[in-house]
Ligand binder design. Structure first.
Ligand code: CTP
Length: 405
C-alpha cells in the first residue's frame, strides 16, 4: 500500500530523528509531504527535508498560494504524523489554532493523526500539556507516550522521541487499520509480557528458551497504536522499545512475576505472551562453576517456578479485567491441540488462550504466526497464518469485545 503521508515536524532537538522517519517512509514507497514549523527549520533546514522527500517544503501559508496548500495538504493525506511534536504544537492543535501551515493542515485533515511528542519531562508533565494531550486523544488522535531516557542535556526522564523505526511501525499499523484505526483502547491500561526468562546456575550460565519476544512486542505496539497505556514486561529481548510503551526489563521468572503482578494491580488487561521458564536451579552458585578434573559434570537440581498466568487469573487484582494466555501445543495421545488448549484454559483460569499448533515447526523467531483464540465463554476464533502484528490486533479485538460486554 502506498500512502500519502504528511510528516509534520516541530521545533525540538529530536527534529533530526524525523529525517530517519522520513527516509523509512520514502524508501518503502510512500509519498511524503514534509511540513516543518519555522522552529523546526532552526534545527534541520528546508534543503534536508526537500532532498529526503523529493518535494519542496513550506512552513507558512503564503507559499504557492494558488494551490491552496493550507487546505489541500491536509485534505489529501492518508495519515498525518507529527514527530517530534512539541508542547507548543500540541497546544496549538488542541486549541484549533491556524497560525502556520502545519496547524492549518491539522485542522483540515480528516485522516488518522499521530503525534509523537518529545520535550523535557517538566513540559510533558505540566497540567497544560496533559490536558492538551487528553483533548487530542478524546478527538481520536493517537498521541504516543514519550520514551524515558537521556534528554537534550545531561538530564534523563520521560520525554524522548521513541525510536523512529518504532514510530514508523506504529504509523504503518494505523494506516493498515485505516478507517478502523479507532482509539478503542484509549484510557485502558494494559500489561504485556514478552520474551523468555533466564534462570541462572552461576553468574555466567543460565537455562533459557528460544522465545524471541516478537509476538509480545507486536502486541505492545498494537495496543499503543490503539491508544492504550502499555506496560511491557520484557524478558531478555533485544528489540527496540515499541513506541509509546513503558518497558520494564526482567531476567528471571520471579522478576517477571513481580513486575507483572505490580503492573496488574491497576490494569484492565494482561496478555502473557512471555515464555517464563517453568523450572529454576534450586541453588545459584555465587562463583562460576568450574570443570572437575575427573571429567564429571555437576548434577543440576531444579524446582518449579510460580505460574504467573494462573496466579493473576485466579487472584484478579481488578474485577472485570481480561487475562490472556498463550499456549504452544503439539497434541498427543490424550488429546488434540484444541483439546489440550481447552483444558489449559480451564486450568489457568484466564479469559482467552491463544493456542499455537507447534507440531509442524516452531513459531519462535518467525515473523508469522497462526493461532486459535479460545475464550472461556466457549468461543473459538481461528486466525489464519499472517503477521504477528495482524494476530496482535485480532487478540486486542477479542479483549476489547470483552471490555464492551
Ligand atoms: N506461564 C506463566 N508462568 C509460567 C509458565 C507459563 O505465566 N511459569 C504462562 C505463559 O506466559 C503463557 C502460558 O502460561 O501465557 C503458557 O503456558 P504453558 O507453559 O504452555 O503451560 P504449562 O502450564 O506449563 O503447561 P505445559 O505442561 O503444557 O507446559
Amino acid at each position: 500500500m502506498t500512502a500519502r503521508v504528511v510528516l509534520g515536524v516541530s521545533g525540538g532537538i529530536a527534529a533530526y530523528k524525523a529525517c530517519e522517519l522520513l527516509r523509512r517512509f520514502t524508501e518503502s514507497g510512500h509519498d511524503v509531504t514534509v511540513v516543518p514549523t519555522a522552529a523546526a527549520l532552526e534545527f534541520v533546514g528546508a534543503p534536508t527535508w526537500a532532498a529526503l522527500s523529493g518535494k519542496p517544503v513550506a512552513t507558512d501559508v503564503w507559499t504557492d498560494v494558488h494551490a491552496v496548500p493550507h487546505v489541500h495538504i491536509g485534505q489529501h493525506a492518508d495519515v498525518v504524523v507529527v514527530a517530534p511534536a512539541t508542547a507548543d504544537v500540541l497546544a496549538r492543535a488542541a486549541h484549533g489554532l491556524a497560525d502556520d501551515l502545519l496547524a492549518n493542515t491539522l485542522l483540515t485533515a480528516r485522516c488518522p493523526v499521530v503525534f509523537a511528542p518529545a520535550m523535557h519531562t517538566e513540559m510533558w508533565e505540566h497540567p497544560a500539556t496533559q490536558a492538551n494531550v487528553a483533548t487530542l486523544r478524546k478527538r481520536g488522535a493517537v498521541v504516543v507516550e514519550p520514551a524515558e531516557g537521556r534528554l537534550t542535556g545531561a538530564d534523563t526522564g520521560k520525554g524522548r522521541l521513541p525510536d523512529p523505526a518504532e514510530i514508523f511501525e506504529l504509523v504503518l499499523g494505523v494506516l493498515e487499520r485505516g478507517a478502523d484505526a479507532t482509539q478503542d483502547l484509549a484510557g485502558r491500561k494494559v500489561v504485556v509480557s514478552a520474551g523468555g526468562t533466564r534462570e541462572y546456575l552461576d553468574p555466567v550460565r543460565f537455562l533459557g528458551n528460544r522465545s524471541s519476544g516478537l509476538q509480545g512486542y507486536a502486541l505492545a505496539r498494537a495496543a499503543a497504536a490503539r491508544g492504550a497505556h502499555v506496560t511491557l514486561v520484557s524478558a531478555n529481548v533485544s528489540l527496540p522499545d515499541p513506541a509509546g510503551a513503558s518497558v520494564v526489563r526482567v531476567e528471571t521468572t520471579e522478576q517477571l512475576r513481580e513486575a507483572v503482578v505490580a503492573a496488574t494491580a491497576t490494569a484492565d488487561a494482561v496478555v502473557m505472551a512471555a515464555a517464563p521458564a517453568d523450572f529454576r536451579p534450586t541453588a545459584v552458585s555465587d562463583a562460576k562453576i568450574k570443570k572437575a578434573d575427573d571429567g564429571s559434570a555437576p548434577a543440576i537440581e531444579l524446582e518449579q517456578n510460580p505460574d504467573v498466568l494462573a496466579e493473576i487469573s485466579h487472584h484478579r487484582a481488578r474485577s472485570g479485567s481480561v487475562v490472556v494466555g498463550f499456549a504452544a501445543e503439539t497434541g498427543d495421545a490424550t488429546g488434540t491441540v484444541l483439546d489440550l488448549g481447552r483444558a489449559k484454559l480451564a486450568r489457568k483460569g484466564c479469559d482467552l488462550l491463544v493456542v499455537n499448533d507447534v507440531s509442524g515447526g516452531a513459531v519462535f523467531g518467525s515473523a508469522d504466526n497462526e493461532a486459535v483464540i479460545l475464550g472461556a465463554d466457549g468461543t473459538a476464533v481461528e486466525v489464519a497464518r499472517g503477521s504477528k502484528a495482524a494476530l496482535a490486533h485480532i487478540i486486542w479485538d477479542e479483549v476489547a469485545r470483552r471490555f464492551a460486554d
